[in-house]
Write a protein that binds this ligand. Structure first.
Ligand SMILES: NC(=O)C1=CN([C@@H]2O[C@H](COP(=O)(O)OP(=O)(O)OC[C@H]3O[C@@H](n4cnc5c(N)ncnc54)[C@H](O)[C@@H]3O)[C@@H](O)[C@H]2O)C=CC1
Ligand SMILES: O=C(O)C1=N[C@H](C(=O)O)C[C@H](O)C1
Length: 235
């Protein structure tokens, strides 16, 4: 498979190694100053760029009939437009806030726990995410997906908020930045008598990168807007 990497930073470089180890050719490595390139050289594109760049990269792929996998976070104000364009062009598109198998299992665990806690008003939920100091967005895309998982499965919450919550129905998400942390997410239910925590700790970026390559392999030849649940057949 011929892969275009849109974004050649920490994730782009990790994905390149995994793609090559799985027998693929990386035919384009596009970074911030590369404006003039032919995306149709690739069978599939993988975008891990910047919040400000992702939507433009995705629309360029869809307009040129190149299926695109995006892991960039912090651009979701334009997600509905990307979905509409994908449908209009009969293209292929997957966005995931987190491509690792472990986090996608964690997402399902989070939903199940949220359902179990729905009638237990003595517990309040909070979330914490910890990432490296170079991360541009907060809260992380993964923390937002976790919050949405609780909101959709627990009657006590209807929104989330970064830092302190001003309303008991808004889930507070604390974002911490500590050098070199690849990504740690914790969901905490607290009552007066005890705490229940579930946590996912990424040890490195390999899991995110492998998931993105597996998603790209899965997407080629398909038309539609998909999620990692479709790729992994979970949920
Ligand atoms: N969904 C997931 O599983 C994961 C998502 N991420 C997300 O992926 C994104 C990238 O993360 P990192 O690689 O750590 O960041 P990074 O900062 O190391 O890499 C981003 C690269 O994109 C480049 N870039 C800037 N403008 C561009 C453009 N127009 N087209 C292509 N590239 C451009 C930058 O120069 C930089 O080299 C972030 O939004 C991060 O939150 C990161 C890890 C896992
Ligand atoms: O920026 C990162 O590094 C990560 N970003 C994603 C997010 O915002 O959730 C996924 C992972 O946690 C690493």
């Amino acid at each position: 498979m011929k892969i275009a990497l849109l974004g050649y930073g920490r994730m782009g470089q990790t994905i390149e190694k995994i793609a090559i180890s799985r027998g693929h050719d990386v035919v384009l490595k596009i970074d911030k100053d590369d404006n003039d390139y032919d995306i149709t050289l690739a069978d599939v594109a993988i975008d891990f760029s910047l919040p400000s760049a992702a939507f433009g990269n995705i629309t360029n792929c869809l307009n040129n009939n190149v299926p695109v996998v995006s892991g960039t976070t912090g651009w979701l104000d334009n997600y509905d437009k990307a979905v509409a364009l994908c449908k209009e062009k009969n293209g292929g598109f997957i966005y995931a806030s987190n491509f690792s198998l472990g986090v996608n299992i964690f997402f399902e665990l989070n939903k199940t726990l949220a359902k179990m806690m729905s009638n237990l008003n003595q517990y309040n939920v909070t979330m914490e995410e910890i990432h490296h100091t170079k991360k541009l967005d907060a809260p992380s895309g993964t923390a937002i997906t976790l919050a949405e998982g609780v909101i959709d499965n627990n009657n006590n919450y209807d929104d989330w908020k970064l830092d302190e919550s001003d309303k008991s129905t808004r889930i507070p998400i604390v974002a911490k930045r500590i050098e070199d942390v690849p990504g740690t997410h914790t969901v905490n239910y607290e009552s007066e008598v005890d705490s229940i925590n579930i946590e996912h700790v990424a040890h490195n970026r390999q899991g995110f990168a492998l998931g993105a390559v597996v998603a790209a392999e899965w997407l080629v030849g398909k038309a539609g807007v998909f999620s990692m649940n479709d790729v992994l057949n979970i949920g």
